[in-house]
Design a binder for this molecule. Structure first.
Ligand code: UDP
Length: 246
């Protein structure tokens, strides 16, 4: 969709939240951060920022530590979850660094206060950052154990009045079965929240989907590996699945 009199695509959304897993930042390494991959994703975010969309981000921590893994190895679950949340702060700082190298102003905003490192979460202040065209990277999940960053993303998207959550994944939408393992997997163009829950489709965890459903917040699942894909969808193009009501 092109804006009349301009060659800039006219975005279909004013404010969105991009959720990516920590694993999206590790490239082919199998663990941790892969700086060229972080930079590639930062460039995708910048291309959307350049067309005037206000952007919130939530990045998971699975490339560093997952609470469930820690507890399976005998660690106390709550401690393990706090370690997972700290991992998300590292990822957020890496993304901040890459975005700022590209000239995009950002704030890392943590649900667990750590003032020397980043800002504490104060909703009204975060909204003001968005209005000033700063990308807000929300770190440390919800600040509570037993949650995931998918739920944190849905919570922050609601609080920030985002029009949708963009969930960047390795595939271009939601399939009836894993498309990496099954050649006959079929992609949904649209799917309801309740179908995601009842068919256990791999979109987000159940708490996150229920929170999105109860607040009518659409979830757009798309491929982060497709160059220009994020911007394309905001301009009304590309392949993706839209999760919405009921
Ligand atoms: N976590 C948590 N509370 C939250 C968000 C995250 O305890 O609100 C912990 C949890 O241990 C989780 C880890 O942080 O396993 C990393 O988050 P997540 O698994 O959502 O990351 P992703 O799979 O998206 O990389």
């Amino acid at each position: 969709m092109l804006d009349e009199g301009s060659d800039q695509p006219k975005p279909s959304y004013k404010r969105v939240l991009l959720k990516i897993s920590g694993e999206a930042l590790m490239g082919d390494q199998g663990y941790g951060l892969h700086p060229p991959t972080v930079e590639r994703i930062a460039a995708e975010v910048k291309s959307v920022h350049d067309i005037g969309v206000e952007i919130c981000m939530v990045i998971g921590g699975g490339n560093i530590f997952r609470g469930l893994q820690g507890s399976a190895q005998g660690m106390e679950r709550t401690t393990a979850d706090y370690m997972g949340m700290l991992g998300t702060v590292m990822n957020a700082l890496a993304m901040q660094s890459s975005l700022e190298r590209l000239g995009v102003f950002t704030r890392v905003i943590s649900a667990i206060p750590m003032d020397q490192v980043c800002e504490p979460y104060i909703r009204r202040r975060a909204v003001r950052h968005l209005e000033k065209a700063r990308v807000c990277i929300f770190a440390a999940g919800t600040g509570n154990p037993y949650f995931t960053t998918d739920t944190a993303a849905t919570l922050r998207a609601n609080e920030m009045a985002c029009e949708a959550i963009f969930k960047g994944t390795k595939v271009d939408g939601v399939y009836d079965k894993d498309p990496m393992e099954h050649d006959d997997a079929v992609r949904y163009d649209t799917v309801s929240y309740n179908d995601c829950l009842s068919k256990n489709l791999k979109v987000m965890d159940a708490s996150a989907i229920a929170l999105a459903r109860d607040n009518n917040l659409p979830i757009i699942v798309f491929s982060l590996d497709e160059p220009g894909g994020f911007r394309g969808i905001l301009a009304g193009e590309g392949t993706y699945t839209r999760v919405s009501g009921p």
